[in-house]
Design a protein around this ligand. Structure first.
Ligand SMILES: [Zn+2]
Length: 431
């Protein structure tokens, strides 16, 4: 257990901690979880935020303030020259309004609003300005930094405001989700962050902010954050062959995806983590988020693609079915977007993916289950496999997106073609 996990554990009430550990253990053995004990009656205050989180906020806040101090000193007589500077000033004003943890702890008059303010984040200025770039370096961020940046995305899309999410609730929700991601080589919280960041990138670069509703932007972010929560590092195929309790529970259909949505709902049953507590149309929103999470099941890929392709010629942003079809494609593109990223960002993900695959195939051999061929180190060629995945799955899907929104070609299809050329070159060199 890492120091950070230990510090996180300290914030959990005893019952909740037991539930989390029990659930994690259960998943390793494929056991179904007991919903009876889920996250009930937890009492948590802002002071319970892990020390490590608080220290990182403080350090990032200080760095940001120093940065802006220099900025304002260099140009103290002028107003903000452009949109970027105005954003910096706005953020600085937010930073200046933050009550420090110490101030709050010392004060008896620390009401709920102030407690919410305590959770404000001094956005790291050197990274949020590049957050919409597909070549954003996701490896630069630590666990707390990823939560900060997702929180920023909810704020920037106007979701926090539209859904009236108290700041502490958003943070507690994200920490709850992060805690439920298992420490797999690939399907871990950093993968969740990558998918969410790519969704943020696609909405921003393809100018979808004004074409989609704020609810849809929130549905996209929430589905992306939660889409693999509590992934056990074993595929649907493994669960089916092993006839695991999870497979039986979900009738062998989108087994993991249904589980990810169920875990999301369990996190939301905790009032202090329920980002929908002030949302009137919560049921609709959750239902759409469920559809997006289920859409990440690659077994449904052909049906989802066919539906999207059929809609492109007459696509209408006022037609709900058209919009849902696009949202599914966005989440699906983001879910498999590693090869859109620069080589130095993408390569560690390829290594991690195959490491997880090889662990599964070793387990399948141990348990005398059918061995998944593309996960078997004795059969798979990683370069061939990646080349096939880009050609057969990624390029057609991204190209279809570009057929609807042509800017997708510049930002996503072209980098993908570069990755494909790189693999083709590597293959020729290896021959
Ligand atoms: Zn995923």
């Amino acid at each position: 257990m890492s120091a950070e996990e230990m510090s996180l554990k300290t914030v959990e009430p005893a019952q909740q901690k037991e539930d989390v550990e029990e659930a994690a253990t259960d998943d390793k053995t494929g056991q179904v979880e007991d919903d009876e004990n889920s996250y009930q009656g937890s009492e948590k205050s802002a002071e319970d935020i892990p020390d490590e989180d608080a220290q990182q906020f403080e350090s990032e806040r200080n760095e940001a303030m120093v940065d802006d101090f220099h900025h304002s000193q260099n140009d103290s007589t002028k107003g903000p020259a452009n949109a970027s500077e105005r954003r910096r000033e706005k953020r600085q004003r937010e930073i200046d309004n933050i009550h420090t943890d110490e101030q709050c702890r010392d004060s008896d008059s620390c009401d709920e609003d102030v407690v919410d303010m305590m959770d404000d984040v001094a956005w790291p200025l050197d990274t949020v300005d590049r957050l919409a770039d597909p070549d954003f370096d996701v490896w630069r961020l630590g666990r707390d930094g990823m939560v900060d940046h997702i929180q920023y995305m909810y704020n920037d899309f106007g979701v926090t405001q539209a859904w009236k999410i108290p700041r502490l609730t958003l943070r507690m929700f994200l920490l709850g989700v992060r805690e439920r991601y298992q420490d797999n080589p690939y399907h871990n919280f950093k993968h969740s962050f990558c998918v969410t960041q790519m969704v943020y990138s696609m909405v921003s670069k393809l100018n979808l902010r004004n074409l989609l509703s704020v609810d849809d932007l929130g549905i996209l972010l929430t589905a992306a954050v939660c889409h693999d929560v509590d992934h056990p590092g074993l595929s649907n195929g493994y669960h089916s062959h092993a006839q695991s309790p999870l497979a039986i529970l979900y009738d062998y259909k989108s087994i993991l995806e249904q589980h990810h949505f169920a875990v999301t709902c369990r996190i939301l049953t905790n009032k202090e983590r329920n980002i929908f507590r002030n949302v009137a149309n919560r049921d609709e929103i959750l239902s759409d988020a469920r559809s997006l999470i289920l859409a990440t099941d690659l077994a449904l890929h052909k049906d989802i693609m066919d539906d999207f392709t059929k809609r492109i010629p007459h696509f209408n942003f006022s037609n709900r079915a058209d919009v849902m079809s696009l949202l599914k494609i966005i989440v699906k593109c983001a879910d498999v977007s590693n090869e859109v990223r620069p080589e130095d960002v993408a390569t560690p993900w390829v290594e991690r993916l195959f490491s997880e695959y090889f662990e599964q195939s070793a387990r399948e051999k141990r348990e005398r289950l059918p061995v998944t061929a593309y996960m078997d180190p004795e059969k798979v060629d990683i370069i061939d496999s990646q080349e096939g995945f880009i050609k057969g799955m990624m390029l057609p899907m991204y190209t279809e997106l570009a057929n609807l929104i042509k800017d997708a070609r510049i930002y996503y299809v072209n980098p993908l073609k570069n990755a494909l050329r790189r693999y083709e070159l590597q293959k020729r060199e290896a021959m």
